[in-house]
Design a binder for this molecule. Structure first.
Ligand SMILES: [Zn+2]
Length: 356
């Protein structure tokens, strides 16, 4: 998640970015805003920015291992806590957020604006059920944060909906929120801060989000998921783009560009976003952590052979060219030129990636 994906919250983004850049981020910060605001996405973007090893121009790089892991919710020093349905009965042996990480990953990757009833449903439960953060979770948080960070200089815990902390859990967390371990950040995201137990409220600093402008151009950030028909088409075009550029088939590349220029600008943009996503997936595939990959079987089959051409030597370059093409598409540059130019750039980039 990137700051640039956070729409309509420029002031909050700027405050967070400045605080991180100047080493002034409070150890416990609560982002508040009504349901539907992007607090969770903003906390996620801030965490990725903190962890990124190559941030530049106020943004995470998106391609270093820290960024990849953070964006896939697989970073060992980025912890997530969220309300759960109490399946275990007594608080003592109730499940903790860790047990629901796969569901959480999927739910917020698809919709970083998720609300509580959507999340309850994603847990496979009746959405009228109540969800809480239980005392067993608080115990787990203390245990997790008392060990050393795995890979990073910092450790971050994003706690979604502190208003759902039950009293025992809140009391257990007071001390660690007030005096956290070194280099540890708590990012709390609340929709109803007034419902939070007072002793927690008084221990956190607040960052208030602007109300959503429903009349403005309000778009959801993050991953745009094409429908299956478009996805199949984009996938086929992605494969042919890579094959043709790799084999330097200029004549066929030109024909391919002509076909792409026949799509509307919106679909061209969607294709280029889809291509960026698939490049990221291929790069991640080289980390050999299958739980971080989200691909359909056809994409996975292609990537099992293609991923070795996407690596540290060229991934930034490829992503950059796809982004440039996406910007050009929105600026009325001849789209035949955009796509042909892109495929030419890919020749060199794929060559760079295939050299050992
Ligand atoms: Zn990075």
């Amino acid at each position: 998640m990137f700051f640039k994906d956070i729409v309509g919250q420029d002031s909050a983004v700027q405050k967070l970015r400045d605080a991180i850049d100047n080493n002034r981020l409070p150890h416990a910060l609560m982002i508040t805003g009504p349901e539907g605001t992007c607090g969770l996405a903003l906390a996620w973007a801030a965490a990725q920015y903190i962890l990124c090893q190559h941030k530049h121009d106020g943004e995470a790089c998106g391609v270093c291992p820290e960024c990849i892991q953070a964006s896939k919710l697989g970073h060992p020093d980025l912890h997530w806590v969220y309300p759960l349905i109490n399946k275990g009965g007594s608080g003592k042996d109730a499940s903790t957020s860790e047990d629901f990480l796969p569901e959480w990953r999927e739910a917020i990757s698809q919709n970083p604006y998720i609300n509580l009833s959507q999340w309850i449903k994603a847990q496979g439960s009746d959405e009228n059920k109540q969800a809480h953060i239980f005392v067993s979770e608080a115990g787990n948080i203390i245990k997790t944060l008392s060990t050393k960070p795995y890979e990073s200089d910092y450790r971050i815990l994003i706690l979604w909906l502190p208003e759902k902390l039950n009293e025992d859990a809140a009391n257990k967390l007071l001390k660690i929120i007030e005096e956290p371990y070194e280099k540890t950040y708590f990012l709390l995201v609340s929709h109803n801060p007034d419902q939070i137990i007072g002793t927690i409220q008084s221990r956190v600093q607040r960052l208030q989000l602007a109300p959503i402008d429903y009349l403005g151009n309000f778009v959801q950030p993050g991953i745009q998921i094409p429908d299956e028909e478009d996805r199949l088409y984009f996938f086929e075009k992605f494969c042919s783009m890579m094959r043709l550029s790799y084999a330097r088939k200029l004549y066929d590349m030109k024909k391919w560009s002509e076909e792409m220029s026949g799509l509307g600008r919106e679909r061209q943009k969607s294709f280029l976003q889809y291509a960026q996503n698939l490049i990221r997936e291929n790069y991640v595939m080289n980390l050999h952590q299958p739980e971080l990959n989200y691909m359909k079987p056809d994409e996975e089959a292609f990537s099992s052979r293609f991923s070795r051409f996407v690596n540290a030597k060229n991934v930034e370059g490829i992503m950059h060219e796809l982004e440039v093409a996406e910007t050009d598409v929105t600026q009325n540059v001849s789209s035949k030129m955009i796509f042909f130019d892109l495929s030419l750039k890919l020749i060199m980039l794929l060559k760079a990636g295939s050299q050992t």
